[in-house]
Design a protein around this ligand. Structure first.
Ligand code: GTR
Length: 337
């Protein structure tokens, strides 16, 4: 099934027309519209605001960014499709669902790939990160930068997940990603893809028994109210990515392209500082709230989920990319060359 279908193209037209930015009037060309599923005070939104501030300053007012937070332009899948179609200039999404358009995007979302935050940041700042961003370009998206998304853990309405077997019989909401479906099912659960904006109600009504996300999302979405058992499996560290419509990109001068790339890059350290602080605060708040937090031994999860890697690393190039990331920063054994 093509990623960009007719329904999405129509949605793009409707959203574009509604926002009044179909067409290329001078005023429209100055403001880049950016979508985000998170609320206005979430680190990803603040990061794109910061990028906009830098852009406006450095272009002396020629270019700026307006962010549409809180999913007001639709679910992430729709925002992404509209961006490819050209009805939206920028969108900030999780990298995971992008694997439907570029296979490389699955790699940083693989379970238990990154050892810790430093490892994740080093990989994304380096050659592997460049490769993944560049892989989006033939598909109508310019990958500008990665942002942090911490580690995702399972949360449920009432069952602690101490071992993969505890997922048995549970319907777990996942992002719109085949790999996530496969991961949850390989671990023994029942995967239910669902847009982020529908999860709270899904949990409340018992349509799903649980979901998985990082501390700040678990808190800001208020999912913790409906699913107050958080099991620190930390199974995925899929980063966020900021992408730009290649259609809009092609209308920019070389100079403005370079400026946009640089401003996006320069918003990353800002984002990381905001992210670290927000994660700490979210964890603190959730620990003080009525949330049961358990810490399972993750080794059984690591073992059980291994077949998922083979299922999604379908070419030698993808294997190499995953290997380059996995081995990055590992200290060499004595005798190694
Ligand atoms: C969040 C991420 C969102 C979205 C969400 C989800 O961590 O920031 O972009 O992907 O997870 O689970 O749908």
């Amino acid at each position: 099934m093509p990623f960009l279908d007719r329904r999405a193209a129509t949605a793009g037209l409707v959203a574009g027309a509604g926002l009044g930015f179909i067409g290329c009037s001078a005023a429209n060309e100055r403001v880049l519209r950016s979508a985000d599923a998170h609320p206005a005070d979430y680190p990803t939104v603040l990061a794109v605001d910061e990028m906009g501030r830098l852009l406006e300053e450095r272009s002396e007012g020629r270019l700026s960014i307006k962010t549409y937070a809180g999913g007001q332009l639709g679910a992430e899948k729709d925002a992404l499709e509209i961006t490819i179609f050209g009805g939206l200039d920028l969108t900030r999404v999780s990298i995971a669902p992008l694997s439907a358009i570029a296979a490389e995007a699955v790699v940083p979302a693989l379970p238990f790939l990154f050892r810790n935050t430093a490892h994740m940041r080093a990989a994304l700042d380096g050659a592997p990160g460049e490769t993944i961003l560049a892989a989006l370009e033939p598909h109508g998206l310019i990958g500008l930068c990665f942002y942090d998304a911490g580690a995702r853990s399972f949360y449920t309405r009432d069952r602690a997940i101490m071992a993969p077997e505890d997922l048995k019989g549970l319907k777990i909401r996942v992002m719109n990603s085949d790999m996530f479906v496969s991961m949850v099912e390989t671990l023994g659960g029942d995967a239910a893809p669902m847009p982020y904006g529908e999860v709270y109600q899904g949990l409340m009504q018992g349509v799903v028994d649980g979901a998985e996300n990082n501390w700040p999302s678990y808190e800001s979405s208020r999912h913790f109210e409906a699913a107050p058992v958080y099991s620190l499996t930390r199974h995925v560290m899929a980063p966020e990515v900021l992408v730009m419509s290649a259609k809009r990109w092609r209308r920019l001068s070389e100079e403005d392209r370079a400026l946009i790339r640089q401003c996006a890059k320069d918003s990353v350290p800002f984002m990381r500082a905001v992210w670290d602080e927000r994660s700490r605060k979210a964890e603190e708040h959730l620990r003080a709230a009525n949330v049961e937090i358990v810490t399972p031994d993750t080794q059984a999860f690591v073992e059980k989920v291994k077949p998922v890697w083979d299922r999604y690393l379908t070419t030698p190039a993808l294997h190499r990319l995953a290997d380059d990331i996995r081995t990055l920063g590992q200290t060499k054994e004595a005798g190694d060359v």
